[in-house]
Design a binder for this molecule. Sequence first.
Ligand code: PAP
Length: 304
Amino acid sequence: METTKTKLASPPAAADLEEMLNSLPQHTCSWSKGKYTLHKYQGFWSHRKLLEVAIPAQQSFKARPGDVFLCSYPKSGTTWLKALVYAIITRGKFDKSPLLTTLPHNCLPFLEKELEQIVANQKNSCFAHVATHLPYHSLPESILASNCKMVYIYRNVKDVIVSYYHFSREIAKLTMEDAPFEEAFNEFYQGISLYGPYWDHILGYWRASLERPDIILFLKYEDMKKDPTIHLKRLAEFIGYPFTIEEEKAGVIQSIINLCSFENLSNLEVNKSGCSNGFFGIENRLYFRKAKEGDWKNYFTDEG
Ligand code: PAP
């Protein structure tokens, strides 16, 4: 795994950041008709716009003990995890939950996009719940130094590839005919994908979790689908918001599961027709495609 860090002593000035970004290796994905370019930084691939925030975050972000980080490789269940965590920490008013009118991504901030908002929120609130796709080795050092808890969600890699293919193809506004799946698969397999290589990403967190099981919780998308109750209880307990017996009896767990289910969220007007993830102008519906385990079978050959 290539993890050589480009060390900066302090947050880079805009011109230095620009120069550094210009010097990074670039790759325009072959399936994308020139529309999807990734930059390689500290051994992983990302969009320039995300790096423009991630790099200063690495240098200046001061995590506090008690902050919780929701970590994932893209398309592994981030939207669901964000919705669940938000519903856990704001439980009590399900019929008026902001999740009914707001994209889950806008309920909890994302480190590589909303750094300024996160820092501003630190002045008002006790603890933050922040999402990130950064690999473990590239997290801001304060997250590790403060022993912040991390929840890592992962998913069958073949379904991740299919989900990633459709998401990035739609962002590039290409049809399936114009963006051959086989080419996207080959690049992913070679490690060239957003926040890829995939295996470096998952292994980085996995190895760290073996050393620090008390601060990193691994959740598997498919297990959560199969038995959401048990995993929601683990999640709530881990992030410091355990359910009381009274809450369990009152059906709070089931209410959260229902509120955050794909069926519920994907049918909300905001998630069907909104376009509120301003950073890239991504339509909300793109975060809610099928949510089926094993969709890869429709794309892979027997050898795949
Ligand atoms: P992101 O990394 O861009 O935020 P992420 O949420 O991790 O994406 O992954 C999107 C996948 O989660 C989609 O899978 P699919 O392409 O195979 O359909 C999406 O449908 C699925 N998803 C979104 N919301 C939910 C949910 N509430 N429950 C289960 N799966 C969901």
